[in-house]
Design a protein around this ligand. Structure first.
Ligand code: ANZ
Ligand code: ZN
Length: 842
């Protein structure tokens, strides 16, 4: 037998072998079907997080399984390399963002390799590399030509701490997602992508994504937020030619309207603010508060009377006071509503505070006090009033979306420059395609204020491509979600230096068969990528609509937390969990709940430490063992130690058993115990395959463990028995290879496999072995259990009687007698395939 399992040398040996032989580089041309498996590419923030390790382990098991099934698997990895932390590092550590980013990526790549992931590093991409981003600058120009990219003045979410514009999605509860600062509204010229022109398609396309989690589809549906409603025109009492368009989804409640409300930045409010100080003060306060939609639902409903009245469109004698309020937003609908306190909670809250009347127009689902609508049910009333308004030219049916166009301008250095030039004479001029890429200057000063590109002394000075006069470059860079919106396509043709990707390669690989990542990307990244795929289609890049066929969202990795009595988070190294005290000073410790691993809670377990202590195979095994991959996983010391013991057990087991069967030849017939192992083997193949197919990775591990137990309990007596053991061991190696690839390669070598065990064909279960052929009948005699009988299924009763008679251990109970007509019983009752019950005359 070989020495004790030394994972350090063995894992390193195989990792080297895989890299040297480019074992995971798929061929573009081969008769094998293609399989594109992708994990969301990481931001190179420093080191691999345990969450990454879990994500890539799940993907790796799937990738290796598909290799074994005969696919040509593309499983690439790269770096979402632009972004704010690099600039913050530049600020804090005085290191250039590029240096910091590349160094982090280098470390993280090493960590990935130390985990034995089957990534194809030949396709590695860095989104900060001009070779990469020149293509997306070209895409931007194409979008611009198609009207899918445009510039407009608009209020933007301004993060006063990061000094940057944020997308709506980056505003969480009114605060910047990164800095946590309360977001303000600022009027700026920004570049937008017209995602709203695909709103219907993005919504309806969700229906075809049958392999996406329902949860993600629901979140996107809500984000797109399509409502069927109406625009209704009100006219101003003081100035009847001045119309105010409002948007409503409940036009049938029009007779219940008791006021109108406008957003603080509605043009009319701005106009009236000049003469109305209270209005101006109110608008000012709203501007400072920010108006992220999420905030509005929870915030107190505030507003001031404008001094103006609107005339009810169908009841000209009714005048409705107009308020500027904080709960109507300018960028939804028309920024104006009619208030119906009796049927809308927000209006009710506002009306109570401002003593406005409540007019109920719906009682028990029927319209009341609503002129000719009275008596109708709600839906009929809605159609009737919409018809009336349309006939009178007072309104029209209108679909509305919560989805906004995507603001992509960021006042940041470490991103991709927006390829636009501003010329005094010619205006906005796109950079000619042949001048791409527009690259970043290297010599920049990071001192924390504003945009370093803007403040660079010369970079923005250029000449106008049209008139050759002096002109200035756009100094904003793309939102980093721009880079991640198409990287999956670049992987198909990562080295192409004259186009983003060759359509032939796209045909071979796209769409991504399986995409794996965190649920936190349910809306932003996944919606942008779906939009980009359509925008690129419109620009003639391809004819795809959806980028990802199957989406899998894995759970988080959690770990217990500890706090000192004064609430400080403590690292597990500083805690004695039994005595619940601090090792450093013996002070008491509160054992907290298990939470997502994060530096701030001191509950991070280092990937590198764990690989060094337990090895990659044990890590991989533990990360998918007990918890279904879609749920949160609790990291425990016992769990990883158990996985490590199992790896060593398999090492010993396979070698021990192999020594008993290596020479075995296929026999003509099998003994009963050999048949049983054969059946267990085929059952394990069938079960593991099903579980791998259905993402039941934890159950797949249970199948592996069960099979290894069966093998351990198996002791061959004769040559025929040994042959089955030999088959079982060989199959076992292939079955476990996706999760413990190093161990499988090493044992595979012993068992005569060629290196590259992931290429050994996945076994298929023989249905003949899956069916039970025999059963065990229990035998009762006069109500007492006296034994069992193993027989072929559906053995006829006449045969059973003979078998029972011949069973030596029963003969003492079954004596033929005169009384029983010479038989050993008076009654013999059998329930097929289950039991036999015998009655004797005693
Ligand atoms: C009258 C009414 C009566 C309304 C009623 C609701 C209930 P969704 O479903 O999200 O589309 N609204 C319209 N524009 C708004 C804006 N810019 N800011 C805040 N609220 C706005 O919501 C549409 C409803 O939200 C509209 O229907 C309008 O109030 C309000 F019993 O009109 B409703
Ligand atoms: Zn010009």
């Amino acid at each position: 037998m070989k020495e004790k399992y030394n994972f350090r040398t063995i894992e390193e040996r195989w990792q080297k072998y895989w890299t040297q032989h480019k074992m995971f580089a798929p061929r573009d041309h081969s008769s094998k079907p293609s399989f594109y498996l992708l994990e969301m590419f990481p931001y190179p923030s420093g080191t691999l997080h345990m969450g990454h390790a879990r994500n890539y382990t799940i993907g790796d098991v799937r990738a290796r399984y598909h290799w074994a099934k005969g696919y040509e698997v593309m499983h690439p990895m790269g770096w979402d390399a632009c972004g704010l932390p690099a600039e913050n590092a530049a600020l804090q550590k005085n290191v250039h963002p590029r240096v910091w980013t590349m160094e982090n990526a280098r470390i993280m790549k090493q960590q990935c390799q130390s985990m034995g992931f089957s990534h194809d590093w030949e396709r590695e991409i860095f989104s900060c590399d001009p070779e990469y981003f020149c293509h997306e600058q070209k895409m931007f120009l194409d979008f611009y030509k198609q009207g899918l990219a445009y510039r407009k003045e608009s209020y933007v979410n301004w993060d006063p701490v990061d000094q940057s514009v944020l997308a709506n999605e980056q505003v969480i509860d009114g605060r910047g997602w990164r800095s946590g600062a309360v977001v303000e509204q600022k009027l700026m010229s920004q570049w937008f992508l017209r995602i709203t022109s695909f709103a219907d398609e993005l919504l309806e396309g969700l229906q075809d994504l049958s392999h996406w989690p329902e949860m993600v589809k629901q979140m996107q549906t809500h984000w797109i937020g399509r409502s069927q409603g109406a625009l209704i025109n009100f006219s101003l009492a003081q100035e009847p030619t001045q119309k105010i368009a409002i948007f409503t989804t409940r036009p049938e409640t029009l007779y219940g309207a008791t006021f109108c409300a406008l957003a603080w930045n509605h043009p009319l409010i701005q106009q009236w603010s000049d003469e109305n100080g209270a209005l101006a003060v109110f608008a000012q306060s709203c501007q400072q508060r920010g108006s992220a939609t999420a905030l509005l639902d929870t915030e107190e409903k505030k507003g001031v009377f404008s001094g103006y009245y609107a005339r009810h469109p169908l009841l000209p004698e009714v005048l409705l006071p107009i308020y500027a309020v904080n709960y109507v937003v300018m960028d939804y609908g028309t920024g104006a509503i009619f208030g119906c306190p009796a049927h809308d909670a927000r209006d009710a809250e506002f009306a109570r505070a401002h003593d406005l009347p409540f007019l109920s127009v719906i009682e028990e689902d029927k319209m009341v006090a609503s002129q000719d609508l009275s008596g109708l049910d709600v839906l009929a009333a809605r159609q009737r009033i919409l018809d009336q308004l349309e006939q009178l030219g007072l309104g029209q049916r209108k679909k509305m979306y919560r989805l906004r166009d995507w603001g992509i301008s960021r006042q940041r250095y470490w991103g991709v420059p927006i390829p636009i030039i501003y010329c005094k004479a010619c205006g906005v001029v796109p950079v000619p395609a042949e001048d791409l890429p527009v690259t970043l200057p290297e010599d920049v000063v990071f001192d924390g204020s504003g945009n370093p590109l803007e403040r660079h002394p010369t970079w923005k000075d250029t000449s106008c491509p049209k008139c050759r006069g002096a002109a200035q470059r756009e100094t904003d860079t793309f939102d980093t979600f721009f880079e991640s919106s198409w990287y999956f396509a670049r992987f198909c043709d990562a080295a192409n230096n004259h186009m983003a990707f060759d359509p032939e390669k796209i045909k071979r690989w796209m769409p991504v068969n399986e995409y794996i990542g965190g649920i936190e990307h349910a809306v932003l990244h996944l919606l942008y990528a779906r939009f980009f795929t359509r925008a690129l289609r419109q620009c003639g890049y391809w004819d795809l609509s959806e980028p990802f066929t199957h989406l899998f969202t894995q759970g988080m990795v959690c770990h217990k937390t500890f706090r000192s009595t004064d609430g400080q988070w403590l690292t597990p190294q500083d805690v004695d969990p039994q005595k619940k005290c601090r090792l450093s000073d013996g002070s008491p410790v509160q054992v907290g709940s298990s939470e997502k691993m994060s530096k701030s809670k001191c509950n991070v377990v280092s990937v590198t430490d764990m690989v060094q202590t337990y090895g990659a195979d044990a890590m991989r095994l533990f990360l998918i063992s007990d918890t279904p991959p879609q749920y949160d996983l609790e990291w425990t010391d016992q769990g990883i130690a158990g996985a490590w013991r199992y790896v060593r057990r398999v090492w010993d087991l396979v070698q021990n058993k192999w020594s008993l069967c290596r020479e075995a030849q296929e026999p003509k017939t099998l003994s009963a115990q050999a048949m049983a192992l054969q059946r267990a083997l085929h059952k394990a193949i069938a079960s593991a395959t099903t579980h791998l197919e259905n993402y039941g990775l934890n159950k797949y591990i249970a199948d592996i463990r069960e099979l290894s137990n069966k093998i351990a309990d198996y002791h061959p007596q004769e040559i025929a028995d040994a042959w089955v053991l030999q088959q079982a061991l060989k199959t076992f190696i292939v079955l476990m290879a996706p999760v413990m690839p190093h161990l499988a390669e090493e044992l595979g070598e012993l068992l005569g496999f060629a290196p590259g065990i992931h290429l050994s064909p996945w076994p298929s279960a023989d249905p003949a072995f899956l069916q039970e052929t025999h059963c065990t009948l229990s035998i009762q005699i006069n109500g007492r259990m006296r034994g069992t009988l193993r027989v072929a299924l559906d053995t006829p009763e006449s045969e059973l009687k003979e078998l029972v008679k011949q069973k030596p251990d029963l003969s003492v109970y079954l004596l033929p007698s005169e009384q029983q007509n010479g038989e050993p019983w008076t009654r013999f009752i059998s329930i097929p395939n289950r039991s036999i019950s015998i009655v004797t005359a005693l």
